[in-house]
Design a protein around this ligand. Structure first.
Ligand SMILES: *Cc1c(COP(=O)(O)O)cnc(C)c1O
Length: 401
């Protein structure tokens, strides 16, 4: 117990910085609500086609304001982050086009979208995929420029968060520097950022520093732990219109889409999100501090400014890793009696172990942890709706190792 108080003291400066960012982002969200004149009528559900669904349209307007873009698609009909990203790619790319990732390999669940055989993947539509590796956790500027010249990509893709890789997330500043350069290309590509886990971690979002599209999941940061499902896509009108044709159909675009349950939780979740993200960030640092004291490596270190809500903990063995993930489940409000084990999850290359004793199924803005079973054994820990919850986990963790 005393130990944790000491850790919190060590983290005072970092916590103050997190609070400042949360305050800034709370104001940004609050102002967006006011500018869009949100009323309780916006919460009402609709059925069937959902023509003139004001709640849906206004929700998209608030997201567009928050992410400083011209337009947005925000919908409970987007089933998850991978679906949202797939929709963006199918919307923007045409046969013969090239998709260029400048942050190395894409998230595991996008593998079938890119390369699947006879499953309608981008490859089966003759859309090519190229990737440039990161160099020392930053964009490889020369290699990116060379690749753009050589492949003339239609879309340049950045994954802000780390996925299941052994790196930290990319910062807004890093993105700003590389986007500036990309924009100078003769026919500048669409810049798309997979923003999962990055929302509200910094004061700016990728679309404020040159990205044309940001995309993410509502059961992560921007849903504030309240959104029951869904995804968002915000960006330039030209891009969002192309994506809309794929999201619904070319004749319907954003005119349709209903949700009988109503939209209050999406609005309220967005309103809560800056605070919730701050809770998660502080909790991740505390957990990091505990694990560091036990001799484990954490990524990023607690001296670095976080760029996503994840704290990676590197273990020496599968056993140590599994023990950590199982404790996350045990200290959860839901399904605390269940003991998670590694399993073959759809869309993932390796066996995965996941703890998500969450109110919203699989929500990873809630206290959760996931990890592929492969060397090096890394647990990707994130979320927690309240700092207190994460602190209770940290206390138990302190006793476990
Ligand atoms: C979570 C995540 C996704 C999307 O995953 P879903 O489980 O489909 O919501 C995509 N990219 C990154 C980096 C992620 O963290």
């Amino acid at each position: 117990m005393d130990q944790l108080v000491k850790f919190e003291k060590n983290l005072e400066k970092q916590f103050r910085k997190i609070d400042e960012i949360a305050l800034f982002n709370q104001k940004k969200v609050l102002d967006s609500f006011a500018e869009c004149k949100i009323t309780t009528q916006c919460f009402a559900g609709t059925t069937g086609y959902g023509y003139d669904d004001q709640g849906r349209d206004k929700l998209a307007s608030v997201f567009a304001k928050v992410f400083k873009t011209e337009k947005a698609i925000v919908s409970p009909l987007i089933t998850c982050g991978s679906h949202a990203i797939s929709t963006v790619l199918y919307g923007l790319l045409r046969p013969g086009d090239t998709l260029l990732s400048i942050s190395g390999q894409l998230y595991d669940t996008l593998y079938d979208t890119l390369f699947g055989k006879e499953n309608g993947s981008l490859e089966s539509f003759n859309i090519k995929f190229k990737q440039v590796e990161l160099a020392q956790n930053d964009f490889d500027k020369n290699a990116v420029l060379k690749a753009i010249k050589k492949y003339k990509p239609k879309v340049v893709f950045v994954q802000r968060s780390r996925g299941y890789t052994n790196r930290k997330a990319l910062s807004i500043k890093q993105m700003e520097e590389i986007f500036e350069v990309i924009k100078q290309a003769k026919n500048p590509p669409f810049i798309v950022v997979d923003n999962c886990y990055g929302e509200f971690v910094e004061e700016k979002e990728p679309t404020e520093v040159g990205a044309d599209v940001v995309v993410g999941s509502l059961i992560k940061n921007p849903g504030g732990g309240l959104a029951p499902t869904g995804g968002y896509i915000c960006g330039k009108t030209k891009a969002i219109d192309m994506i809309s044709t794929r999201f619904t159909s070319p004749s319907l675009m954003l005119e349709v889409g209903s949700f009988e349950m109503g939209y209050r939780l999406f609005y309220q979740g967005l309103f809560m999100a800056p605070h919730t993200v701050a809770q998660a960030l502080k909790g991740a640092m505390l957990v990091g501090e505990v694990m560091k004291s036990k001799g484990f490596k954490i990524i990023p270190s607690n001296d670095e400014q976080p760029d996503d809500i994840i704290k990676s903990v590197v273990f020496d063995s599968e056993e140590q890793l599994v023990k950590f993930v199982q404790l996350v489940q045990k200290i959860s409000p839901i399904d605390s009696f269940i003991v998670p084990l590694p399993w073959d999850m759809p869309g993932y290359q390796d066996q995965v172990i996941m703890a998500a004793g969450t109110f919203v199924s699989g929500s990873s803005i809630e206290l959760s942890c996931d990890s592929p079973i492969k060397k090096p054994y890394i647990a990707y820990f994130q979320g927690g709706l309240t700092y207190e919850h994460i602190k209770i986990f940290a206390q138990e963790l302190d006793k476990l190792y």
